[in-house]
Design a binder for this molecule. Sequence first.
Ligand code: BGC
Length: 403
Amino acid sequence: METFKFPSGFFWGAATSAHQVEGANHNDWTEWEESPKRVLELKTEGLNPEDYISGRASDHYNRFREDFDIAKDLGHNAHRFSLEWSYIEPKKGKFDQAAIEHYREVIKALRERGIEPFLTLWHFTLPIWLRNQGGIQSSQFPMYFERYVKKMAEAFGGDVRHWITINEPEIYALNSYLRGKWGPQKKNIFLFYKAIARLITAHRKAYQAVKGVRPDAKVGLAVNIVYFESAGGPVNYILKWAADRIWNYHVLNHTRGHFDFIGLNHYFHNRIHYGFGRNKNKKVSDMGWEIFDGSLYHALMGLHRRFNASIIVTENGLADAKDNYRPAYIQDNVKSVARALTKGVNCFGYLHWSLIDNFEWDSGFSPRFGLVEVNYKTQERKIRPSALEYKKIIATNTIPLGD
Ligand code: BGC
């Protein structure tokens, strides 16, 4: 069987985000989680609101060294994490030195373990003062973001080479302003488009802010790319073309020239057969999301054809508490990356979502995305078998390409 060897220096690792793992935050999300409207909605659905309050989360704020020890033991040479803006700039224009020092320690801890930091500047949560000014809808948002990013580049520019400005603008805009799922729970197409436009402007400003401080930094953004599969025929093909344009490539089309790499977050396949979502759903994760072999390959190829840019997989994973599907899922997705590399795609890393179990936004604590299981009562960590399978791939830097 043919075996593919990854280039030396290929980045292998996992990702997290501050609000989902750190614990003890105070930001727009923590207030939303406890808001009377949200609590009532959960109770009406027969759910326990306690399971939907981030609280201590995975206590990564205190346990980051232990977690990075695990990542190192698992062979990871890269890790993606995010800064908690509300902690760094708790009051408008006032930057908290202790918070900056905390992240300096986080970055140092990664470097000491030979793990390359991939720093995300914004992963969905906002300081309260900014939320009170309208959040990302505010015309001032891009300017505030730029100011914060410049500070962060000055603070960490010497130690961080890879920067991700914004995580999934489309998902955030969709869930917060069109589907009404996430705070501020709006369902308004104009606000949805405005949200995306603001995030695009904010990204462009942030890109320049980091480059202004560190011209040698590599700066990108993380986008959620769906594999839209046409079932064949002109109608389905046109639908696919439109979906790719509207969902997958809109943000990137408007940020061309303002990224050094694309961060690819990939979870979904969507089969188009005179309509969307005609998936077979033979295998599904604990979230009910379809597991579709090879979809990452198509997502990579689509991006490559359109943008011919460097790409890193910044998220790819599934909720699977029993770890039934994860070992094969990792194999399959790494195989997708390998196949794309053989086709000339410049993909320089794969970061699994997630390193540890964490707080899954409006779905709370039940979905288990971690390579490492977290017992939320004791905060004990337990390595899942899939993490060891992934470790084997990393150790050999190879993957068999056959079935
Ligand atoms: C987000 C993560 C989230 C993951 C799984 C991505 O859209 O960036 O924060 O946990 O999907 O839902």
